[in-house]
Design a binder for this molecule. Structure first.
Ligand code: ZN
Length: 560
């Protein structure tokens, strides 16, 4: 059994809860009074966040492991401070997990594990986007950029630091279990125990390239004429041949949906498309949901198992009423509820955008990413429930963070060919190293090669990478559904003298895998009754894989 003791208040509890849930570890919070009371600590693993007093240390007994993290700094700079300065010239040593040493020592029959780094405080500030509150340095589209983050002054990049801290804490907990010969059970991250997940998404901003028909734009013709006039014959010839090529095809080059579907279906993948539901600002889409071609497209995509979500207007990122009406408009056209949202231009302001989406009833948001840099804006390569620093409360909306946007590589970073591929692979490898989720955003326009050289083939190589690495790949609504159903699964110790756990799944779930580490190599888990599952081994761990489970399923897992 693992118990987390929150040092103080909601913030520590939120952060510890988020990290342990990510790791698939069932836990309960016990009050300081319970732990600080007299008598020896009962058998188990205790996570103490904050100072572990001498009395507690004296009460560690056989089969008790205590994992101690320092008193967290949870004081936010929000809401009205300016951009916080990095604390040191080079903050890397204070942030990078490779710098943190684990202390592990036996004590009076039990065991003590500790790390002298404030994982909880650091994780909290990254997840809650503390650095974005009250920041005046935003770009022309009112966006907080990677270049405005103090972390950009380090070599770390927008790495999944919170996820790395989570794995570090896992290592501490497992060390405590190992040293005190205690069993440990946790939920694997993704269905069927896949090592990583990918989420494929497309924002539909523009569907027609030009006004001249067949995707030829006025700017193409002007460009070619200007080259001719200036005597740049080679360039003019290329431009004319592009125009001819565009005009010769029967489809507008921005109408790349068949190509995207073909690429994804060839690998058994489906994706999410975010459509705009109105034109409220000059930067918004120029198509309309009432156009027959758009209605047909959405029906076809849904028919093939893709998700349609709302691409919020340039203006609706903090406008609750506009967001509500756009959601209703898209739902009216689709004939069912829309659960997911990503804002146009990745416009986002914490906590107002999260609040707006939560209050109009979205299940998840997929906006959280930097426009100008691939990587993890909240430092976490997993879905998570955000924290509202002003109201001081965890939110009910799930964030599915963005990892890689096509435009970050091409437009903002100006990376081409192998350079773009390297930048993309770096993020994918970082995600794999923490068993995380990489959400990709590829616009339908990026598949028009003359304008976005290599955009389509880069997407295809991302799909190949996900396939080669045996990733679980799904649209965002299914990722959100999996994450919530997995989080709801409870694992509690059996209380009636038997050794093992009771597993309860309040929601329907398919592909749940439990990873069980037992103190004796000869031990193995036992389950009773006819249940859809498979037992296998991974090193010394036992893996229990379930098939589809109905809501309310429960089962005892014993071992001997
Ligand atoms: Zn957009």
């Amino acid at each position: 059994m693992l118990a987390g003791r929150a040092a103080s208040g909601e913030r520590a509890r939120y952060t510890v809860g988020t990290i342990l849930s990510t790791l698939g570890i069932s836990h309960e919070f016990v009050s300081a009074a319970d732990v600080d009371g007299a008598g020896p600590l009962s058998r188990g693993v205790y996570l103490v966040v904050g100072t572990a007093d001498g009395g507690l240390m004296d009460r560690i007994c056989r089969e008790t492991a205590v994992v101690v993290l320092p008193d967290p700094d949870l004081e936010s700079t929000a809401p009205d401070s300016v951009l916080p300065e990095p604390r040191t010239q080079n903050p890397e040593p204070a942030l990078a997990p490779k710098q943190f040493r684990m202390l592990s020592q036996p004590t009076q029959g039990g065991h003590l594990v500790g790390i002298a780094a404030d994982l909880v405080g650091l994780a909290f500030k990254l997840l809650a986007r503390d650095e974005e509150y009250g920041v005046s340095a935003r770009d022309d589209h009112d966006r907080f950029l990677w270049s405005g983050s103090p972390l950009s002054a380090t070599d770390l990049g927008p790495r999944p630091l919170v996820s790395e801290y989570a794995h570090l804490l896992l290592a501490c907990l497992l060390e405590g279990c190992l040293q005190t010969r205690q069993p440990v059970i946790r939920k694997e991250f993704w269905p069927h125990g896949k090592p990583m997940a990918g989420c494929l998404t497309h924002d539909v901003d523009v569907v027609k390239r030009g006004k001249l028909g067949r995707g030829v734009a006025v700017r193409d013709v002007r460009g070619a004429l200007s080259s001719l006039v200036r005597g740049r014959l080679g360039r003019a010839a290329t431009q004319i041949s592009t125009i001819a090529g565009t005009a010769a095809s029967d489809k507008d080059p921005y109408w790349s949906f068949d190509r995207i579907t073909t690429m994804e279906e060839a690998r058994g993948y489906r994706s999410t498309y975010y459509f705009m539901a109105g034109n409220r600002h000059p930067e918004d889409a120029v198509y309309s949901l009432v156009e027959p071609s758009i209605a047909e497209l959405m029906a076809k995509l849904e028919g093939s198992g893709c998700e349609i979500g709302l691409h919020g207007s340039y203006l609706s990122s903090v406008d609750v009423e506009m967001l509500r009406s756009l959601k209703a408009e898209l739902e009216g056209k689709l004939g069912h509820a829309v659960v997911g949202h990503r804002n146009h231009f990745l416009r986002f302001r914490a906590p107002d955008s999260w609040r707006a989406q939560e209050s109009v009833g979205f299940a998840y948001d997929a906006t959280l990413g930097f426009s100008d840099r691939e990587g993890f804006r909240g430092g976490h390569a997993f879905p998570f429930f955000p924290y509202d620093l002003v109201a001081d409360r965890p939110m009910g909306l799930l964030e599915i963070p963005l990892a890689i946007m096509d435009m970050s590589l091409s437009k903002y970073r100006k990376l081409r060919g192998a350079d773009a591929e390297d930048a993309m692979e770096t993020v994918l490898r970082q995600t794999r190293s923490v068993n995380g989720l990489a959400t990709l955003l590829w616009h339908n326009t990026s598949f028009f090669d003359p304008e976005f050289p290599g955009g389509g083939s880069l997407y295809e190589s991302a799909l190949d990478w996900l396939a080669e690495n045996q990733c679980y790949v799904a649209p965002a609504n299914e990722i959100a559904g999996w994450w919530k159903a997995r989080e709801a699964v409870r694992l509690s110790p059996l209380m009636d003298g038997r050794v093992g756990w009771r597993m309860e799944a309040p929601e329907e779930i398919d592909g749940l895998v439990l990873r069980i580490g037992l103190p004796d190599a000869e031990s193995s888990p036992r389950v009773g009754g006819q249940v859809p599952l498979a037992l296998s081994r991974d090193g010394t761990d036992h893996l229990l894989e379930y098939g589809p489970l109905p809501a309310g399923f429960a089962m005892d897992i014993e071992y001997s």
